[in-house]
Write a protein that binds this ligand. Sequence first.
Ligand code: URP
Ligand code: ZN
Ligand code: ZN
Length: 464
Amino acid sequence: MPLLIKGGRIITATDDYTADVYCEGETISRIETDITPSVLPAETEVIDAVGKYVFPGFIDPHVHIHLPFMGTNAKDDYESASKAALAGGTTTLIEMICPGPDDEPLVAFNEWNDKASPLAAVDYTFHMSVVRFDERAREQFRQIVNEHGIASFKVFLAYKGALELGDADLFAMLEFAKELGVITTAHCENAEAIDAMQRRLIAQGKTGPEFHEPSRPVGVEASGVNHLASFAELTGAHVYAVHTSCADALRAAVDARIRGVNIWVEAVAPHLVLDETYAQKPGFEGAKYVMSPPLRNKSNLDVLWNGLRAGYISTIGTDHAPFDFGTQKSMGRDAFTKIPNGIPSVQERVDLVHTFGVITGKIDLNTMVSACSTNAARLFGLYPRKGAVKVGSDADLVVYDPSCEHTLSVESSYSKVDYNAFEGWKVTGRASAVTVRGEIQARDGEFVGTIGRGRLLKRPPTHG
Ligand code: URP
Ligand code: ZN
Ligand code: ZN
C-alpha cells in the first residue's frame, strides 16, 4: 500500500527540514514540501508526522542472535530480535556469524542464514567471523564475500581457546581482506593477558562479577586496538574496532588514524550509558552487566559521547548478546569467568541515544542519525539503499515522537531474556511508526509487521 508521511521534520546525517515523503512499492519515490493526498491512489495510508522527526531506518551494525558461546546459546531468535529491533526503530541488523575453530565457514554462513531467513522481519546481513585461516577456509571466505555478498569480516583478539585468532592467521587474513577490498571488524583485547589475569584473580578468591573489569582493564583493550592498527598499517587493510569502551582505546585508534591507518571506531549503547558500578551490584546482580570489553569507570562515558560529536567514533551499535540472568548468567556464580558475556539493548538503543545523547546536548540529531544509521550504511556497503532519506532509497523510515515519555522494562521488551539492564529507566522519545521497504512493521513500540519478510542484503566490497 502506498504511504504518505506528511509534515514531519526530516533529519538525516546532514540535513534537517520539513517535507512530505511518499513511498510507492519498496522505495521512496517523492520528497516534496507539500504532497496533496487527494491526488494519490485512494488506498494510500497517510501518517500525520507534524511535530515528529522522520529518520532513515536505524541500522545496528553489531548484534548477536544465534550465538553458541561460553557453554550456552544466546536466547533470542530472529523473530524476537526483529520484533525488538523494529519496536525500537531499527530496521536493519548486521549479525556476527561466530562459528567455532573446527567449523567450516560456508557451513556456518548457511547455518546462520537458515536461522535468519524464515524469521527475520528486519532486513539483515552478517559480518563473517574468521576464527581459523588456512587454505581451505580462505576459498570459502572468498565465496562468502563474492557470491553471498557478505563484504565484512570479524576477528576476535580475545576469548582464548574459543573465538580468538592468533597473530599469524590475523596477519594473513588482513592481507586477504585487503585483496578482496572488504573491511575487517575486530574485538580488540588480548586473549593471553586476560587469561593470565583471570587465573590470578580466581586464585586470590576474587570470583564475583565485580572482578570482570579488573581482569581486562583499559590497557588491555588499548593494546588490542594498537595491535589491530599496527597490522592494518602493515597490510593496508581497512579495519573497524567494535564496542570501544574507553578513552585509552579510543586514543589508540585516533593515533592510528593520524598516522594514516584506515581504522574506524564503533561505540555500543551499554558503554555510553552504564558504568562499572552496575557490574559491582551486590548479590550477583552485577552479572547482568558483564560484557566484554567491560563497563568502565564513569569518566569514560563523556569521552565516548565527545568522540561521537568530534567524529572520532563513527557508529553506535548495541552488541546485543542476550543471556538469561536466571539460567545462564548464573552459570558463573562461583567464578565470573563463566558468566556468559553480553548486555542486550537492541530495542532500547535509539531511545537511549536520544535521551542521554541528544536531549542532554552531548550530540545533535544529525550525529544521532549518522552514528545510528548512515555511517554504518556507508562503511558496510549499504548506502544509499539504506541509511538515507532520498528518492530511490529503500523506504525504511522511522517517524519518531521526540516527546513521548516511557519506561524501559522487561515486560515491554521483545527480547527473550528474563531481565532488562535498563529496568525502570525513564526515556524520552519513541518510534511511532517504523517502515521496512514501504511497509509498516511497528507502531508506538509494538510490532505489527510480518515475520519472514526480512531480506538478506547482499553487499559489494567497498574498501578496495
Ligand atoms: O560481551 C560481549 N561483548 N558478548 C558478545 C561477544 C562479543 O565479544 O561481542
Ligand atoms: Zn566482542
Ligand atoms: Zn559482539
